[in-house]
Design a protein around this ligand. Structure first.
Ligand SMILES: Nc1ncnc2c1ncn2[C@@H]1O[C@H](COP(=O)(O)OP(=O)(O)OP(=O)(O)O)[C@@H](O)[C@H]1O
Length: 240
């Protein structure tokens, strides 16, 4: 579970500061996807970067599985990020020379000792994840041999390699046509439910929002609007 509590983030802008995130609070629950939407420049990516513990906010707290991250030393924050947070960036940042299966195995090398994963067989884990994103027969292909949608699937599988409890996804459909985009959203919804990740998904594509368990709309860094699905309301009502 991840909670952002009264988070403010500013950036230097000449001799002033621009407020990218303005006292934002939200919680994402296990097994659900919370959509984050809003106009360009409203602070969506900044909010995600704070949630990922990649940027420390000026004020407010980010709590991941009960751990308050904003006070952590750099080494502890990077360990928590590696073990508990999976990130799918807007730009595909796959390594050009590695096959799909190698992209995933590299993650295990990085996270091996402290991984939440109980699996000892990283290779089998990588293959199972590639199966679950529909790439069972593409494992040995390099990024340039894959379509945009397939590359995005590798990105998603790689983000899940260390069995994170939190999954953060930035504009996963921006480079895809409507149909491929919808398939990627369905995939993220399914994997979040199956793997009980608390998922935050940034999208400006309104067509996908009805599928999400909750939606947060940001305007000028502020949370302007929140919609919570009945299914999620039930989870929350049950004390999850
Ligand atoms: N590194 C930075 N330095 C200075 N200002 C920044 C930086 N990153 C973002 N900003 C500013 O913070 C505000 C929010 O930007 P952010 O990228 O979070 O918006 P966004 O909603 O993700 O936009 P988009 O939909 O266009 O990707 C904008 O005014 C932007 O110019």
């Amino acid at each position: 579970m991840i909670t952002l509590d009264d988070v403010t983030l500013t950036f230097p802008d000449g001799d002033r500061r621009v407020t990218a995130v303005d006292r934002a609070s939200l919680t994402a629950h296990p097994g659900t996807v919370t959509g984050i939407t809003g106009p360009s420049g409203s602070g969506k990516s900044s909010l995600l970067a704070v949630a990922a513990t990649l940027i420390r906010p000026d004020s407010g707290r980010v709590i991941v599985d009960g751990v308050e991250t904003t006070g952590l030393a750099a080494g502890d924050a990077s360990r928590l990020r590696r073990d508990s947070i999976g990130i799918v960036f807007q730009q595909s940042n796959l390594v050009p020379s590695l096959t799909a299966r190698e992209q995933l195995r590299v993650m295990n090398e990085l996270g091996a000792r402290h991984s939440r994963s109980r699996r000892t067989d990283a290779a089998a884990h990588a293959d199972a994840l590639l199966d679950s994103v529909g790439l069972a027969d593409q494992r040995d292909k390099r990024p340039h041999q894959l379509s945009g949608g397939q590359r995005q699937r590798v990105n998603i599988a790689r983000a899940l390699m260390n069995d994170p409890s939190v999954l953060l996804v930035d504009e996963p459909t921006s480079a895809l046509d409507q149909e491929r985009g919808a398939e990627i959203i369905e995939l993220i919804l399914r994997l979040s439910t199956e793997r009980s990740t608390s998922t935050l998904l940034v999208t400006h594509d309104l067509v996908h929002l009805p599928r999400m368990h909750a939606v947060v709309r940001i305007v000028d860094g502020r949370i302007a609007d929140e919609r919570i699905d009945e299914r999620l309301a039930q989870v929350q009502g049950a004390g999850a």
